[in-house]
Design a protein around this ligand. Structure first.
Ligand SMILES: Nc1ncnc2c1ncn2[C@@H]1O[C@H](COP(=O)(O)OP(=O)(O)OP(=O)(O)O)[C@@H](O)[C@H]1O
Ligand SMILES: [Mg+2]
Length: 273
């Protein structure tokens, strides 16, 4: 049996939805507003926010105990903190964790600026830190007291704030008038469009060692089945493809057909999206 190559780690795809999300974050940052972002599970909210904040780089740097020589130069331009709301947390802990995350960003930015500084230019410093936008993922977890803590950080820091969560978060937040009155923008993070699914499929197809010929009836039918099953949801696409690879390997098949897709679908537990 020929082993299929393991699907490589998926590169981040700049989608239309990601561009809209970036615009929304920039607006919250510029106007120092609170923005609410909601979207179905698996559409890519977390990954987009981490990517926008370039948080992987900052986190990796912090974990390396700040070896300044290893800081990527583009971190100097970072102004966003990405924070995941904890499941349970006292207001004090939350406040400390938020401060710590802001501190991490400021350290990373200052080290990157210092690395870029020449003997004639002193590295720039900001007493108040470099955070201009705070993105809180899984904001649905925050209850009233935690939201008060977040609001306090927002007010004191004069920063923009983005709260991300499941659809309905905008209604839940409306129950807290003090917070809600500061909301400037609401953003719906939508699933991928059909054209984008096609584009991503074309990439995956090659990852699976297959070629897509949409002119071919079987492939057009297969594409349609995948689009219908996943409904533009990134996580479902990924999981469906993992199953497709499995079905191909088990059955020693070389081409993805509608039957293969249907068989792969059978082994997925698909919730209502
Ligand atoms: N732009 C992208 N490029 C490549 N892969 C992506 C992209 N966005 C999302 N994905 C893939 O989809 C999966 C789900 O994305 P993510 O965790 O960001 O969704 P989410 O909207 O935060 O879901 P949840 O509401 O369950 O937290 C990711 O693990 C990732 O592999
Ligand atoms: Mg998420």
């Amino acid at each position: 049996m020929t082993e299929l190559p393991a699907a490589p780690a998926q590169p981040f795809v700049i989608t239309k939805e990601y561009r809209r999300f970036v615009e929304f974050c920039e607006a919250c940052r510029r106007d120092r507003y609170i923005g609410l972002c909601y979207g179905a599970p698996g559409v890519g909210k977390t990954l987009s926010a981490r990517s926008y904040a370039r948080w992987d780089r900052i986190e990796r740097y912090a974990l390396r105990h700040r070896e300044a020589a290893t800081i990527p130069a583009d971190v100097a331009a970072c102004r966003t903190v990405f924070f995941t709301a904890p499941v349970v947390c006292s207001p004090r802990q939350l406040s400390d964790e938020l401060s710590f995350a802001g501190h991490r960003l400021t350290q990373a930015v200052e080290d990157a600026l210092a690395l870029a500084a020449t003997p004639d230019t002193a590295p720039a410093r900001r007493i108040a830190g470099w955070m201009e936008l705070l993105i809180i993922d899984e904001a649905d977890r925050l209850k009233l007291i935690a939201l008060e803590t977040v609001r306090d950080h927002y007010d004191q820091g004069q920063i923009g704030l983005v709260l991300m969560g499941m659809p309905g978060i905008e209604k839940r937040m409306a129950r807290y008038p003090q917070l809600y009155s500061r909301v400037g923008f609401v953003h719906h993070f939508r699933p991928l469009s059909e054209a984008e699914v096609r584009f991503i499929l074309a990439r995956h197809w090659t990852h699976l060692g297959l070629t897509a010929d949409t002119a071919d009836f079987t492939d057009a039918e297969t594409l349609a089945a995948i689009i219908r099953i996943t409904n533009g949801n990134f996580r479902l696409l990924q999981r469906l493809f993992a199953q497709i690879a499995r079905v191909l390997t088990i059955n020693q098949l070389q081409s993805v057909t509608r039957e293969v897709v249907e068989a792969a679908r059978e082994s997925l537990v698909i919730g209502v999206m």
